[in-house]
Unconditional design. Structure first.
Lengths: 690, 670
């Protein structure tokens, strides 16, 4: 049987888990009500259980004490009995679909921020500052240690009383337990530091207290790192020793293993490997831990595909696989495997939109699945067929917004024609996928292509739709998702011309799509600071060009998220790309065979020049509005989207009103340049009631 | 002159017929012994002929009427001719009756002739083409010669003048007619079917098939157990003489009407099987010789005239050719369409499995995946070779009650090997949610359950079948239950019809077994289930062979669908004429190539109804039909349709949730 290893139940503590797939602990940023599990939180996990997930470990970094602030990431607050009834709702929602649910509990020690909420004084073994959060802290006192140990036990009790199936003690990501473990942070000379046993003491006392509180019929696991990857941190051999030491107590029911520490920007990127990483890059570390412990080992990190999961489990590397981002992209992944719909799984592409939002304290969302974590609003993962009239829908533009609109309308049972001027769908995703290490972003398009084919959408590729072709189809609904063009004409001094031979500047699209030959000496001016600028720099450097990337923002790639800019930086530094900030592109002129770029310092106004043979400008997208204005006044709704209905996830009133002609809507960058998620979200909430 | 000639001709023909009969009987007696009630059997013939056989024949009204006229006319005419013209009883009344009988026979023979002009492909040609003329010769000859006796023509009309010439012509016609009808009957002519057929009815190997005066269902479809410990007999049938004598007799009864050929899914798919040819090959083998004289459709892809056999030679050669090639035997899906259609009540499937038994047990020659599947069954008790302790992996979140814990339950839910198949797991989950909604007290055997043995038995591995069956019987003997319910018609069939022979005093093996559609139908009748209104599209229903033809259950699945508010769009081939999905008898395992696939043909049947969905009741059918490339109708088990429509009242829902029922319908993402 295919995927048999995936569907072999496993005993964790006293619980039988129905399959080997775990949604591992991650901060959802949904416990917005003072750390209570909200309706949104419950529905988010219910969807995974409904979709067949075996075990959900919710609440990454859920706190046990009030001096570990939860507000920054809206994590779950287990420091009060107020949480218990909320847990009961959560447990019921998951249990009724046959799933199991546990929660991660922790004290984050120094790994937080103090400048808000209760303005807590953060604690850590030796008061050493944490760089990622720029957080200072005090040296923890013995009284506080014992208080926090007691808090752990009480938190575990609350989880048990709330009907959850277990807790996972976080001793990973440099939380308080592993702050005590790590000699890099623990410089104490008392009973809580120094020797191995002393460094282990805090975690051991937490474990003993928790187990004593909850007894044997409640699952207690521990999440640890497999190697911190710091020369002065905990290495793999040390971690094996630690795991074996705790396992020997018989008080732990499972271990979760994560590769890498994360208290620097660079190591943090390892923890949630983005698309530049190979599959399961740190599996060997989890396997190493499995060698020395007697209880099941769970491992997540870039396991996204059922075949990959089957291979890992069949090989016996670990006992359970974490497929957390895989579930964010598609909470029905298990059901689709069971229903023989593997081709319909929306696979995580590692864009890390979810985690990069989380590190900014924003709710976790999926770049390609707008329904995820919006279940509570009624946004569906499975689109129902309409019971109303079947409509003729014309979608113009095959970028993210157009693809989603076409998919949703086709799922609704409408007759859909999709026009795309290029000979493949994908829009800007296709351009983005040309950069080194960014090819996997095209997975978004791959899924849409499979779905549009399955749903029988009439795809007119290589066809630029105009007013006549659209009206010939006698549509009931026209959706424009025509995107836009690089906005190089904003500053006349840049010398942009539509004719590439005459133009003094080219766009990052020109570079990534291979429309212009890369120069030898290239200056990239990137005022946007998202992916396209650094991608173009990486692309050109990869081709052997000498590249300087200049921005007037605080640093190149400033708007690229926390788990992704480090992998760009690794690549750009290695290829000797010069990264310069605080300079704006003032003017470009030709001098002989060369181009001179005049740069102006943001803060002093001083001008400086670069003599190069190519100037690339990234200045965002200018919407393409021509078709919209050609159609606007012929449409029954004058092109207007009712935003009250849209934001409330309600049907567009214009569709139910009687009238002649078609309804016209705009999505994505052809309205205003935003991002992939915005285009897909608008398409889903607009079209789901068509 | 005719006064003298006629009795001579009549009694000579009868004498020759008697000699032929003895010679023919000797051919049958080459077979293995099988004890039969000699006189009682003969006494049964009229009823078996007039009721049971006629029941099959009358499905084709045309030939039914034709046969009544022809055969009825002939039997009466023959008897009266012996009395009137043989013994010379000069009775005008009898002569008039004889005239009427020959008239009836003549009309019948015209209809026979009409049916053969031109003959449809399923009918054999050759000697069969002259049969209508022979029938006419007999009836016309007897009619004309009886005219003087009846007083219509003057006595002596054939003795004067031109009458002599007429008499000569008449004599010739009568010789032809008598030759075909009396002599030919026992010397291998087309009329052999009447003689062998009557005796076949008397000594049929499955007397349970025939009705008695009490009425009711009479069905006998379970394979008979092979005595594995009999050192004197080889395992299965190697040579024609290894069949029992009454099986050989049964083959000889074949009238070559080709109804089996027309019904056979393997033949239609262009696989090298034609049930009619197979029976004729057995007849060739019994008498010795080549199949060159066979005048019907050959096995697809196998020209006639290249095979020969004799009663004591192997039917299937280890190398080269003999009477039948092995792929012919392995093409059969054991769907019983041929047996169901056969007006002579011949048991094709028994014969095929008998021959497969030899190939598997003595030659070890089960083709393609056959050997692997049998090895798996021996090693792991399931055909896929899965860990036998993983039978309940799919149900880890269902908390199914185990017989080992409960010891007794109203219903023993037999899960079958579909537990290893993700598609069938959906059906099982659906059925379990139905059981829970209806508050049924059930339990499963879990890891104690073993493959039912169906596939092993149809692949000829009787030893593995019996081992599996005995172990299952032993297991079940430890528990108390009122009935067994299963979603798998193959398990259903063997548990119900084939385990019975294998029980012991300590572990009796006669069970009340129900297919899940029957059980659901009972729950519906008892108002244990309530349903939402049907909102899906149009639905057709595919009868599984092992539920329908094997066990006569055609109504319960349809009743359940009707209870859901579904109006069934029946396929042209449904009910007892349902076309097999291609999944039975181990056919997907032996996988003999043809010109097209059987499930493709079945989905074409579905397509003709215009239905959006085909309801099924068998894991094999589900797998085969879902294997057909899209676009095609959707495929759902009846249990899934019922589960989807269930209205679960909240109190029961809460109780069910307490048992961690994962509401399988929600897991469906399709």
């Amino acid at each position: 049987m295919a995927f048999d290893a995936l569907f072999k139940p496993i005993q964790i503590g006293k619980h039988t888990i129905r399959n080997r797939v775990v949604s591992t602990a991650h901060a959802e940023v949904h416990a917005t009500d003072g750390g209570m599990t909200t309706d949104r939180y419950v529905k988010y996990y219910e969807e995974k259980a409904k979709g067949g997930c075996g075990l959900c470990i919710c609440g990454g970094s859920s706190i046990v004490s009030i001096d570990s602030p939860q507000g920054w990431w809206s994590s779950v607050n287990l420091s009060t009995d107020r949480i218990i009834p909320h847990f009961q709702n959560l447990a019921d929602a998951v249990h009724k679909h046959g799933g199991k649910i546990m929660i991660q509990i922790t004290h984050m020690g120094r790994r937080s921020r103090w400048d808000g909420f209760d303005w807590s004084t953060l604690v850590s073994p030796s008061g050493i500052r944490e760089p990622v959060h720029r957080s200072t802290c005090k040296t923890i006192e013995e009284e506080e240690i014992w208080r926090i140990i007691g808090d752990f036990a009480q938190a575990a009790r609350r989880a048990k009383e709330g009907g959850l199936d277990g807790v996972e003690l976080s001793a990973v990501h440099q939380h308080l337990i592993d702050q005590f473990w790590s000699p890099r942070v623990n410089k104490r000379t008392d009973d809580w530091g120094g020797t191995f046993e002393n460094r282990m003491r805090f975690g051991m006392e937490v474990l003993k207290a928790v187990r004593a509180e909850v007894g044997d019929d409640f699952t207690v696991g521990m999440r640890i790192t497999g190697d911190e990857f710091h020369p002065d941190g905990l290495d793999h051999e040390e971690m094996k020793r630690i795991a074996a030491y705790y396992d020997a107590t018989g008080k732990i029911d499972f271990f979760g293993v994560v590769g890498s520490g994360c208290d620097t920007h660079n190591t943090l990127a390892n923890v949630i490997p983005n698309m530049s990483y190979p599959p399961e890059p740190f599996l060997h570390l989890a396997s190493g831990i499995k060698e020395v412990v007697n209880v099941p080992v769970i491992h997540a990190q870039n396991i996204k595909d059922p075949n990959q999961a089957q291979r890992i489990l069949e090989g016996g590397y670990v006992d359970m696989v974490g497929m957390t981002r895989a579930h964010i992209a598609d909470p029905h992944i298990i059901a689709k495997i069971k229903n023989d719909q593997v081709d319909q799984i929306k696979q995580c592409v590692g864009a890390n939109y979810c985690i990069d939002r989380q590190y900014q304290g924003l709710d976790v969302l999926c770049i390609q699945n707008a329904a995820t974590s919006r279940e509570y609003m009624g946004l569906p993962h499975i689109i129902e067929k309409t019971e109303g009239p079947t409509r003729k829908v014309v979608v113009v533009g095959g970028g993210p917004g157009g693809m989603e609109a076409a998919r949703v309308c086709a799922e609704r049972g409408h007759d859909v024609t999709l026009f795309e001027a290029k000979d493949q769908i994908g829009g800007q995703i296709t351009i983005a996928s040309k950069a080194p290490q960014r090819d996997q972003i095209a997975g978004i398009t791959r899924w849409y292509q499979l779905e549009l084919n399955r749903l029988g959408v009439d795809q007119r590729l290589g066809t630029k739709a105009d007013e006549a072709t659209i009206k010939d189809l006698r549509p009931d609904v026209v959706i424009l998702a025509t995107g836009g063009q690089p906005f190089l004409s904003q500053v006349p001094e840049w010398g942009y011309d539509a004719d590439t031979d005459k133009s003094l500047v080219v766009s990052t699209w020109d570079i990534l799509e291979g429309r212009v030959e890369p120069g030898k000496n290239v200056l990239i001016f990137d005022t946007i600071c998202e992916f396209s600028g650094v991608s173009a720099a990486d692309y050109l450097a990869d081709k052997g060009c000498r590249v300087e990337i200049v921005t007037d923002d605080i640093k190149p790639g400033a708007a690229v998220g926390g788990t992704t800019f480090p992998t760009y930086y690794r690549s750009l530094y290695e290829k000797e790309v010069i990264m310069t900030s605080d300079l704006a592109l003032h003017k470009v002129y030709r001098e002989g065979e060369s181009l001179v770029a005049v740069l102006e310092n943001e803060y002093t106004g001083a001008l400086e020049e670069r003599v190069v043979d190519q100037v690339v400008v990234e200045n965002g997208v200018r919407p393409d509005e021509a078709l919209y204005y050609a159609l606007k006044h012929q449409s029954r709704n004058k092109g207007q989207t009712d935003i009250e209905a849209l934001y409330a996830i309600k049907p567009q009133p214009s569709l139910s009103q009687s009238g002649d002609g078609f309804a016209l809507f705009r999505l994505g960058d052809c309205t205003a340049p935003r991002n992939t998620h915005a285009a897909i979200y608008d398409a889903l909430r607009l079209c789901k009631d068509f | 002159m005719l006064d003298i000639l006629l009795p001579i001709l009549l009694f000579s023909a009868l004498a020759l017929a008697a000699i032929g009969a003895v010679r023919r009987a000797r051919l049958w007696r080459q077979g293995r012994p099988s004890s039969v009630p000699v006189l009682k059997g003969l006494m049964q013939v009229p009823r078996r002929y007039l009721v049971d056989l006629h029941h099959v024949v009358e499905r084709d009204k045309y030939i039914s009427h034709t046969h009544v006229a022809t055969a009825g006319g002939f039997v009466l005419a023959a008897l009266l001719a012996i009395i009137v013209h043989g013994v010379g009883l000069d009775s005008a009344i009898l002569a008039w009756v004889l005239l009427a009988a020959t008239t009836s026979m003549f009309i019948g023979s015209i209809l026979v002739a009409k049916r053969r002009s031109p003959p449809p492909s399923r009918l054999s040609k050759g000697p069969w083409m002259r049969l209508p003329k022979s029938l006419m010769a007999f009836s016309i000859g007897m009619f004309v010669i009886t005219l003087p006796t009846a007083g219509i023509l003057p006595d002596g009309v054939f003795q004067e003048g031109l009458g002599w010439i007429a008499a000569l012509v008449l004599a010739a016609i009568i010789v032809w007619g008598l030759g075909e009808m009396f002599f030919g009957m026992t010397w291998g002519g087309p009329m052999k079917h009447a003689f062998a057929g009557a005796l076949h009815l008397a000594y049929h190997r499955r007397p349970e098939r025939f009705s008695d005066k009490t009425g009711g269902e009479h069905r006998s479809t379970g394979l008979k157990a092979l005595k594995l410990n009999d050192d004197s007999a080889k395992l299965g049938v190697e040579k024609p003489a290894d069949f029992t004598w009454n099986q050989l007799l049964g083959f000889d009864a074949c009238v070559q009407c080709g109804r089996c050929e027309a019904a056979c899914p393997a033949f239609a798919a262009g696989q090298p099987l034609n049930p009619k040819k197979l029976i004729q090959d057995m007849v060739v083998g019994m008498a010795g010789g080549s199949d060159a004289n066979y005048a019907g459709s050959p096995y697809p892809g196998k020209p006639v005239g290249e095979h020969q056999g004799d009663p004591f030679g192997p039917i299937v050669a280890r190398e080269g050719t003999a009477l039948v090639d092995p792929e012919t035997l392995w093409s059969c899906t054991t769907c019983r369409a041929c047996v169901e259609e056969c007006p002579m009540m011949i048991e094709h499937v028994d014969a095929i499995v008998d021959m497969r038994r030899f190939l598997t047990l003595e030659h070890g020659n089960t083709p393609n995946k056959g050997a692997e599947v049998l090895d798996n069954l021996i090693a792991t008790d399931n055909p896929g070779g899965f860990d036998p302790d993983s039978r309940l992996h799919w149900a880890a979140d269902l908390n199914l009650p185990l017989m080992a814990d409960k010891k007794e339950a109203d219903v023993l839910l037999w899960l079958g090997d579909g537990v290893f198949d993700m598609r069938n797991q959906r059906t099982l989950r659906a059925f379990i949610s139905v059981l829970r909604a209806a508050g049924v007290d059930f339990a499963v055997l879990g890891n104690e359950e073993r493959d039912s043995g169906d596939v092993a038995r149809r692949l000829g591995d009787e030893a593995t079948f019996q081992t599996l069956a005995r172990r299952n019987i032993q297991t079940m003997s430890r528990y108390r239950f009122d009935r067994i319910v299963t979603c798998d018609p193959h398990s259903f069939h063997v548990l119900k019809n084939e385990y019975g022979e294998l029980g012991t005093a300590e572990a009796p093996s006669s069970y009340h077994v129900q297919h899940h559609s029957t059980f659901i139908s009972e729950l519906v009748s008892a108002n244990k289930l309530s349903f939402k209104a049907w909102k899906g599209g149009s639905v057709t229903y595919h009868d599984p062979c092992y539920l329908g033809r094997y066990n006569g259950e055609y109504e319960a699945p349809r009743d359940v669908l009707k209870a859901l508010g579904i109006e069934i769009k029946e396929m042209a081939r449904s009910g007892y004429r349902s076309r097999c999905c291609g999944g039975g008898g181990g056919a997907p395992i032996t996988d003999i190539p043809g010109k097209q696939r059987i499930p493709d043909m079945r989905m074409e049947d579905v397509r003709e109804t215009g239905a959006d969905l085909v309801a099924v009741g068998c894991p094999q059918c589900t797998a085969m039909l879902e294997g057909v490339v899209e676009p095609r109708a959707g495929i759902k088990d009846i249990a899934e349709l019922v589960a989807d429509a269930l209205i679960i009242d909240t109190a029961a829902d809460k109780a069910a949730q307490a048992k961690a029922d994962p509401a399988p319908a929600l897991e469906e993402t399709s």
